[in-house]
Design a protein around this ligand. Sequence first.
Ligand code: CAA
Length: 379
Amino acid sequence: MNLQLTDEQIMMRRMVKKFAEEEVKPAVAQMEAEDRFPAELIRKMGVLGLMGVPIPEEHGGSGMDYTSYIIAIHELSKVSATLGVILSVHTSVGTNPILTFGNDTQKRYYLPRLASGEFLGAFALTEPGAGSDAASLRTKAKKDGDDYILNGSKMFITNGGEADTYITFARTGDEQGAKGVSAFIVEKDTPGLTAGKPERKMGLHGSSTVELNFDQCRVPASQMLGAEGDGFKVAMANLNAGRIGIAAQALGIAEASLEHATAYTQEREQFGKPIAAHQGVSFKLADMATEVEAARLLVYQAAALIESGSPGNKEVSMAKLHASRTATQAAIEAVQLYGGYGYTEDYPVERFFRDAKVTEIYEGTSEIQHKVIAKSLME
Ligand code: CAA
């Protein structure tokens, strides 16, 4: 498999790097301090075509390949993992389900709006009692004439409260488990849909995470995405590709941790020389670099597989499992190498540490990635 970047992909990397350095970096301190959703940066990302990188041009997107999209998340996340997750959720699970399962009317209306950034997308699968066991969800959608009435609640919804559309999963049949789940596109102002207060999180400040409540929420039957009862497939198929987005976010955090630690340990002197000149420190950096490189290869291999049309379940889960573990470990090491300074807010490594952990939790915990990989080994 050729993992060399094409000229177009290199240009994408250059463009996102420039945007991240010039526009995002100066905004990070305020995002951290005020935990404020970065609406203005998202608007600018829309202007640059970043909100619809892999969406075909005929639907208003940039019409680029999946690898270019992964490059965008990777580069953004090196500076702000918050923007990385906003973009990943918006694209992979907020927009792609409409591209892959939407009918012509849904595609014509929603895709140009989402791909341009006029609309922000979100994905409402998780519930207070249904996390890893997503098929045990209990939100109900009951047919009433030409509508469905939704009742239930969703938890930990990224972009929640800020998004214009929610790909929402609810039970339309009496069957238990994955069968009997259907997907709907629910618009933010639909009566009966309310968003709770943003969760106060350990990291990813600025990214909104809320509970959603559906109380007699009336949604036209024409908003159903895919066929009745196909909802779990809609969720799983898009989560699969979506997990590479989170893997790329984790890769960005890991690489940033390595780069900062490498620079700092060459400046910081103890015992009469830069601490990087001590073997114990330089070997730590060598280990970090090796893990980061392995994560990079897994992430870009998974993206190339998705681009080639393969479901790539095993490779995607391996990429997410390894990249998220690497992000957490690299950030922990970076804090350690900065010593006392690493534990203060004066340096970015404590933020990397707080932002990294959730990549091992959302869009399928590491335990779920193990389950997916193990299942594919037995097949
Ligand atoms: N593509 C298409 N269909 C798929 C699929 C895929 N990748 N994976 C499973 N399916 C289908 C199966 O074929 C099966 O259908 P049939 O019965 O018709 O064959 C059906 O879905 C059920 O499959 P399983 O029996 O394998 O399902 P399961 O209940 O055992 O669950 C699981 C499998 C992998 C554990 C799944 O529940 C899972 O991924 N859990 C984690 C949930 C998750 O990732 N949540 C993230 C929430 S979103 C989020 O975090 C976004 C954010 O805000 C950052």
